[in-house]
Design a binder for this molecule. Structure first.
Ligand code: ATP
Ligand code: MG
Length: 393
């Protein structure tokens, strides 16, 4: 039987003035993600329709399950918009299912159709009752809810649906720069930011030889998981070795992390300007470690005027872990490779750093020069979902 995938937008419908922009962005995103499949995609103001080849359905569903902006989707049967064809098709479909009670709901976008929704439901209902034994109508709690969408020429009949991942289509917001480490939090922060429609570039700070290529590959594998939700993700790799070594040579132990993070933020701002990002996004979570107390965050944040978005700021670690499992980054994040933040961790990082102290330590080195060098020597990798690097797992 002829079937199509029928997509409902959900949250987009609240964006009145921007609706076309949202729908067009979603359309382009779906088109890009399905480029390798034999599909035909069309859209109107409230629905998108994908014609597909039956043997590709499972793979196509897997793609659609990772596209932001989809509220629900259904595998719908296609029928000519005339009452006899609709009756027969509906009967055929219901005969494929086992149930006792049913209900029919009709949405009529074809206002020229001879019956309105109130009239058509009883016509179809009684046809089913006449032709199927042991079934009855239950309008409150039916075993099967049948939906009929009447449109000019072709109409759609469907039963259950699948929940989409919601959010806004990526690209409906400007670009943000995600600080992506090998930890658990930052991939989740990236996922949540993308869910709001933000296109992301990822930035990873490494300190070779203190950190290994395994640590870098871990970040690449995590970025691949995030790329499932996006088109491609640019991963910018920053050589942080010199800056980090200078910090540990010249600042007192307990201030090293604070100053290191101020340097990261400075570099993030520079990279955002270079690659047209409007905000910095990271996985900081209030109270999680010494550098994430409000005092620390404020001293660190003061090096930039750029907005910093912290999607997991108010989540518990267990809530973050649940999301990390859902997006399949958790298993990679818990691999034991060291990160540039963890190799130099002091015993007692300061919880309430003072700005004066930071400035005092920062005067001891020409960091502007080192920051310039770090920014100019960034190495960028285009990450796609199937970019195949060394397999870590
Ligand atoms: P965990 O997930 O275990 O907390 P983490 O990577 O989040 O590890 P934190 O010290 O909590 O480690 O760092 C806070 C945030 O700073 C991270 O979520 C990430 O956004 C950013 N960050 C830390 N280290 C790096 C790094 N090496 N490269 C890029 N961003 C980093
Ligand atoms: Mg963290």
């Amino acid at each position: 039987m002829d079937r199509i995938i029928l997509i409902k937008y959900g949250e987009l419908t609240t964006k009145k003035g921007n609706r076309n922009f949202f729908v067009n962005t979603l359309y382009n995103n779906i088109k890009n993600k399905l480029a390798q499949f034999d599909v035909k995609i069309s859209k109107d103001i409230s629905r998108m329709y994908i014609e597909f080849k039956d043997n590709q359905l499972d793979e196509i569903k897997e793609v659609i399950d990772h596209v932001f902006g989809i509220h629900m989707y259904h595998i719908a049967y296609v029928v000519n918009t005339n009452i006899e064809d609709i009756k027969n098709k509906l009967l055929q479909i219901l005969q494929l299912n086992t149930f006792k009670t049913f209900k029919i709901e009709t949405k009529r976008s074809d206002k020229t159709f001879e019956y309105n929704s109130q009239q058509i439901n009883p016509i179809l209902g009684s046809y089913i009752l006449k032709n199927m034994a042991n079934v009855s109508v239950d309008v409150h709690n039916p075993d099967i809810l049948v939906k009929l969408e009447l449109r000019p020429y072709k109409s759609y009949i469907y039963l259950n649906g699948y929940k989409g991942i919601g959010g806004y289509p990526i690209g409906t917001q400007a670009k943000g720069m995600l600080m992506l480490s090998g930890g658990i939090d930052s991939p989740v922060a990236g996922y949540l930011a993308m869910k709001r429609g933000i296109k992301i570039d990822a930035v990873y700070f490494e300190a070779i030889p203190h950190t290994s290529l395994n640590a870098r590959n871990k970040v690449i594998s995590i970025a691949e998981k995030l790329a499932k939700y996006a088109d491609k993700i640019n991963l910018h790799i920053v050589n942080f070795t010199q800056i980090q070594e200078q910090i540990y040579k010249t600042a007192s132990d307990n201030y090293c992390i604070t100053i290191m993070r101020r340097m990261m933020y400075r570099i993030m701002e520079r990279l955002a300007k270079k690659y047209n990002g409007l905000v910095i996004i990271n996985g900081e979570s209030i109270g999680q470690v010494a550098s994430q107390t409000l005092t620390s965050m404020s001293v660190i944040n003061s090096v930039t005027n750029m907005p910093v978005i912290r999607p997991v700021a108010c989540l518990d670690k267990l809530e973050i872990i649940d999301l990390a499992k859902k997006i399949e980054t958790y298993e990679i994040s818990i691999l034991p490779y060291e990160d540039c933040c963890t190799v130099f961790v002091p015993k007692h990082p300061v919880i309430n750093p003072s700005m004066e102290e930071c400035l005092k330590f920062e005067e001891r080195v020409d960091y502007n020069k080192l920051i310039d060098e770090a920014v100019n020597s960034v190495h960028t990798i285009k990450i796609e979902e199937q970019t195949k690097f060394k397999d870590l797992l």
